[in-house]
Ligand binder design. Structure first.
Ligand code: MGD
Ligand code: MGD
Ligand code: SF4
Ligand code: MO
Length: 706
């Protein structure tokens, strides 16, 4: 038996795990008690790393599709074929005829964060897409507008706050997001144990709400209204106290004017939260020395996600909780891309160009996912004719799945870098599978930048990858060399990339970074991290304003948000009626792709419609029966769960299901569920940022037999 230490790459919590192996067999996966950050915690998905590694459905060789049959091929043959096809499309139809989609596991994969980005972002196309626009884009936009760079998203200083107000997040199921901290349950409990409180605002009484001190139902999509009313109240009561960072803050008067029209009484009618409760929230934030208002995916993947994400940061600033211990703080990651970005003058950028068909704004060099299908389907100059997908399953993860499938089926060429033949990759002409997470080294290059403590940990691969396997980054380096380097220097360029590798980049970045050479012999390097298999704790977050902002002020009232306020006003001039849909995450699930693990999917079906008893009764729906959920895009039928844990007027269906499309996923196909993204409308977005409105879309629910 051999013992290995690594980290789980499945969610943002970055838990340390101990993997015991016997030859090629994983014997056990458990939490690493000595991990500097996670101290032994793991969730059920961590254990399922073994299932992933030994999954007989996981691909190990390149596959090429002929009609509906697949055959294996060699790596060099596959690389040459893929490069030829892409080169041909770009030569005939222009560089932008290549589309690229990058999915969520990218950020958990050192090779994809480093060499993968270098390769994919230099293929000459503006048709770049990713899961960002179904996720955290509004937070990144707020960071850009308010602090000067898209990566400057502050995180709650969870271990020191005495009040956590949680808006549109369910960390007890998701394990936290843009708030990397393993073992949420203990950390939230600790807030209560030190006399503090946790307040949750959510249209569903979630796992987190159940353990909070106070839960308030909020009507989906109304967070911007609530937050404006909180700002209104703070100004009206003279409770604005920016504190230490005040000399670096601008826009207070403009923000005050913007909030004037939004009294708590007006907001109460829209949000469903009583005016007295709104006033209490404002007051609590104002009087609690160590408090954080934290907003996450429910706040940003909605019609007013841009405004809401801005206001979350702004209210923290107004109440003296930005850049203060116990509030929202900036991190100092050991691998810190910010100085390089500043030197290159790269802040992320917004609306520098727009999509061809629907005129959606570019962000961070990417276009929103709401534009992908139409950019493939609409003829004309700049039409996408070839597509690379890497670590993503947009057929299930993006609103408008069926239209996207239709678009994928019509492409001249598609290649997917993915370990599975799934709902998306089955449309590819070639699939290039990377090895399992246990076969690659690990460093949380992206997530450490959003961790509630500064930490660093490097882990070598548990198993060496097989001689005839290729890492994601090796695949992309090979394709990049074939596509971007003239024939003569190609072999050399590829060899240089392979030799340097992600470890080369990591080591250089650690040495040049804030915890590196400048600390002399104590400084971090790859060698230092290799000698600390449980990771290095670099301590709690520290105040970083103004240095971290590189000369930028904290802007409380950026112009793009002020210009978007009339849209909010118009939207809520008419009262809301009818049912709206929200999503739901489950601890034993992970977006669309961990459903092939028996141990995770067993038990009662989880892809159900949750509906309030009043709404069920008026539609003759019974618990355990079936409901039809319809939008203008189509309909799905699901088992019903009648529960007062969802607010009246709201129904909840989780995403990532719908494994009924001939994928090679035996376990998942046996528990298919339905894909909520089949009926969500991709055209419904936050018009400001282009982010998909995954939550708050109107639906009709009925009983199939009536
Ligand atoms: N309705 C609704 N839709 C949503 C959401 C929602 O809340 N509601 N959430 C959105 C969010 S936040 C996100 S992030 C997206 C996620 O959307 P996606 O990133 O498109 O989808 P995932 O389900 O994460 O699928 C990950 C894919 O990566 C593959 N994969 C796993 N590990 C690796 C690896 O190491 N390398 C490579 N090359 N491939 C790998 C898996 O096999 C799978 O195909 O979904 C979004 N969609
Ligand atoms: N187990 C598990 N963990 C995961 C994932 C997973 O699929 N499964 N996915 C990972 C990914 S990619 C991400 S991005 C993170 C996301 O992490 P979180 O942001 O914590 O995501 P959710 O658990 O979906 O919580 C969002 C909450 O917002 C609520 N909500 C919906 N609409 C609104 C609204 O309009 N206003 C307000 N205030 N609330 C609303 C929902 O009811 C839900 O409880 O989780 C990550 N972790
Ligand atoms: S919480 Fe679970 S899925 Fe997330 S890193 Fe930890 S063990 Fe992995
Ligand atoms: Mo996400």
């Amino acid at each position: 038996m051999t013992t290995h230490y690594t980290s789980c790459p499945l969610c943002e919590a970055t838990c340390g795990v101990v993997v015991e192996t016997d030859g090629a067999q994983v014997v056990s996966v458990r939490g690493d008690d000595d991990d500097a950050f996670s101290r032994g915690y793991i969730c059920p998905k961590g254990t399922a790393l073994a299932d992933l590694h030994h999954d007989p459905d996981r691909l190990t060789r390149p596959l090429r599709r002929d009609g509906s049959t697949w055959r294996e091929m060699g790596w060099d043959e596959a690389y040459d074929h893929v490069a030829t096809q892409i080169r041909e499309v770009q030569r005939t139809h222009g560089k932008d005829a290549l589309g690229i989609y990058q999915g969520n596991p990218t950020v958990h994969n050192l090779g994809l964060v480093t060499i993968g980005q270098l390769a994919l972002r230099t293929l000459g196309t503006r048709n770049m897409y990713s899961a960002t626009s179904n996720d955290q884009l509004p937070h990144m936009l707020a960071a850009l507008q308010m602090f000067g760079n898209q990566i400057l998203m502050p995180v709650p200083d969870l271990d020191r706050c005495d009040l956590l107000i949680c808006l549109g997040a369910n960390p007890l199921a998701s394990n936290g997001s843009i708030m990397t901290a393993p073992d949420m349950r203990s950390r939230l409990k600790a807030i209560q144990a030190r006399g503090g409180q946790v307040i949750v605002l959510d249209p569903r009484r979630t796992e987190t709400a159940d353990r909070a001190d106070h839960h308030l139902f909020i009507r989906p999509g109304t967070d911007a209204v609530l937050l404006l009313a909180i700002a209104h109240e703070l100004f009206a009561r003279g409770e604005v106290r920016i504190g230490r960072i005040a000399p670096h803050v601008r826009g207070e008067a403009e923000l005050r004017r913007a909030a004037e029209a939004w009294s708590p009484a007006r907001a109460a009618a829209i949000t469903g939260i009583a005016a007295t409760e709104i006033q209490r929230l404002a007051h609590l934030l104002a009087i609690t020395p160590r408090a954080a208002l934290y907003g996450r995916i429910g706040v940003c993947t909605q019609e007013f996600g841009g405004l809401a994400a801005w206001l979350v940061y702004a209210i923290n600033a107004l109440t003296g909780h930005l850049d203060e211990p116990g509030g929202l703080m900036f991190t100092t990651p050991a691998l810190d891309p910010l100085p390089l970005a500043n030197r290159l003058g790269y802040d992320g950028g917004f609306a520098r160009w727009h999509s061809r068909v629907s005129h959606r704004p570019e962000f961070g060099g990417e276009l929103p996912m709401s534009a992908l299908a139409e950019e493939i389907l609409t003829p004309g100059k700049g039409q996408i004719r070839a597509l690379i997908t890497c670590a993503g399953n947009p057929v299930l993860s993006s609103p408008g799945g069926p239209k996207l499938e239709q678009a994928l089926a019509g492409l001249d060429f598609m290649v997917s870098i993915d370990p599975y033949l799934n709902e998306t990759t089955r449309h590819a002409h070639v699939i290039l599978p990377p090895p399992s997470p246990l076969e690659r080294s690990h460093y949380d290059a992206a997530l450490n930048a959003f961790a509630v403590r500064n930490v660093a940990k490097y882990s070598p691969a548990v198993f060496e990858r097989a001689a005839d396997a290729r890492h994601d980054w090796e695949i992309l380096a090979a394709l990049w060399a074939r596509l971007r380097v003239p024939k003569l220097g190609r072999k050399l360029a590829e060899r240089a990339l392979l030799k340097f590798g992600p470890e080369g980049i990591l080591d250089a970045a650690l040495r040049l970074g804030p915890w590196g050479l400048r600390h002399g012999r104590a400084g971090l390097s790859l060698a230092k991290l290799k000698a600390a298999p449980h990771g290095v704790d670099l301590g709690p977050l520290s105040p970083r304003v103004p240095e971290r902002l590189g000369g930028h002020a904290v802007e409380l009232a950026p112009a793009i948000y002020l210009a978007d306020l009339p849209r909010l006003d118009r939207r809520w001039a008419r009262p809301a009626n009818g049912l709206v849909m929200i999503g739901r995450r489950h601890l034993r699930s992970n977006n669309s792709w961990m459903h092939n693990s028996e141990r995770l999917v067993k038990g009662p079906p989880r892809c159900t419609l949750q509906i309030h008893p009043d709404d069920a009764g008026s539609r003759n729906l019974v618990d355990g029966g079936t409901a039809t959920v319809a939008t203008a895009r189509g309909q799905i039928s699901l088992p019903v769960e009648v529960t007062d844990s969802v607010m009246p007027g709201v129904v909840s269906v989780p995403h990532g299901w719908g494994h009924n499309r001939n994928a090679r996923l035996r376990v998942a196909n046996a528990n298919p569920g339905e894909s909520v993204n089949d009926i969500l409308d991709p055209a419904l977005t936050d018009e400001l940022s282009g982010t998909s409105a995954l939550t708050g879309q109107p639906v009709e629910v009925s009983c199939p037999t009536t």
